[in-house]
Design a protein around this ligand. Structure first.
Ligand SMILES: Nc1ncnc2c1ncn2[C@@H]1O[C@H](COP(=O)(O)OP(=O)(O)O)[C@@H](O)[C@H]1O
Ligand SMILES: CC(=O)N[C@@H](CCC(=O)OP(=O)(O)O)C(=O)O
Length: 292
């Protein structure tokens, strides 16, 4: 990034982001490297000092996988969602709340901010219901998949987020919802981030991951798609270009832009200052998804 050029174009962006709520989804794959994790959180604290109101929703897929393997369990995903039995749910809660969220809050403090870790049951934030079994093609065979303790959002209650933001805190949300019976449910972090962004009428949603954005071929950087609309997203899913963890990311982006939020940005959190480059300069560095 050419620093002097970037400073020149920052002012209009800084004005736009004053008091603007920005939901930042920090993906597990973007956090594998501790230095990248710390740098991303530093950028989020910088954004706060520049006048924006960041809300973090974090993932932790690779950390959950590693813990499951240590406990002798094999992770299983269907359509980008982790099939979650009772024991897996316990591991998910332990890793997301005990490790990832706590670590993000410490990094926020280290960089001079104030983070508050929360799950769906805190302040009635995310009311969810258990996802119904779904048909999926596995190994070429149509199979009915019971996702177990996987949830989908019923309602977001943004009151607690507004209280925290008005008091200068950065909310750090683990993607765990709870249902009417008080059960915890494992939510996909991209879906939770999208639901939260829509409910609080955020200005933007930014998803930090380990690829440069949506690509025609994820192994080739030059195939990055800088701009996508809803119709193009559906087409890429249908053609199988978008697969695995990118599916919930794109489906959630579609519902976010449909809800009226201007844009969703998918960027590579391992690029130094990716977040600031994406939000404060004219030229984006990843994929920007808009309605039309
Ligand atoms: N068309 C695509 N372009 C880019 N990445 C893709 C695409 N299709 C699938 N992917 C996969 O999606 C992954 C990002 O999603 P995910 O694994 O859920 O990351 P995170 O943990 O950061 O949310 C990439 O690492 C890549 O393997
Ligand atoms: C239902 C479901 O799949 N939940 C996810 C929650 C974490 C997550 O989404 O993490 P990433 O953003 O790093 O992928 C999981 O168990 O992996």
């Amino acid at each position: 990034m050419d620093v002097s050029e970037s400073f020149g174009e920052m002012l209009p962006w800084l004005k736009k982001y004053q008091e603007a709520v920005i939901v930042i989804k920090v993906g597990g794959h973007a956090m594998v490297d501790p230095a990248a994790r710390s740098s991303m959180i530093k950028d989020i604290v910088t954004l706060k000092y520049l006048g924006a109101r960041p809300v973090i929703v974090h993932g932790g897929g690779p950390e959950i996988d590693a813990m499951m393997k240590r406990m002798g369990k094999t992770p299983k995903f269907v359509s980008g969602l982790r099939v979650t039995d009772e024991e897996t749910l316990e591991i998910v809660r332990m890793v997301l709340v005990g490790n990832v969220s706590a670590d993000i809050c410490s990094l926020i403090s280290k960089h001079g901010g104030n983070g508050v870790g929360m799950v769906g049951s805190d302040g009635d934030l995310i009311v969810a219901r258990r996802k119904a079994p779904e048909k999926a093609v596995i190994d070429g065979k149509e199979t009915e998949v019971d996702f177990g303790w996987v949830g989908e959002t019923v309602r977001i209650n943004p009151k607690i987020l507004n209280i925290l933001m008005e008091n200068e805190y950065i909310p750090v949300i683990s993607p765990i919802g709870y249902d009417a019976e008080g059960n915890c449910l494992n939510l996909n972090a991209d879906t939770a981030a999208g639901d939260i962004a829509a409910a609080i009428n955020a200005r933007s949603l930014v998803s930090l991951t380990d690829v440069d954005g949506v690509m025609m071929d994820p192994s080739k950087k030059e195939t990055l798609l800088s701009q996508l609309n809803i119709a193009q997203c559906y087409d890429l899913i249908e053609k199988g270009v978008i697969s695995k963890g990118m599916i919930p990311k794109i489906l959630s982006s579609i519902s976010v832009v449909k809800s009226g939020i201007q844009s969703v940005h998918i960027i590579n959190g391992n690029i130094p200052h990716a977040l600031l480059q994406e939000l404060l300069t004219d030229k984006g560095i990843g994929t920007c998804i808009t309605k039309e």
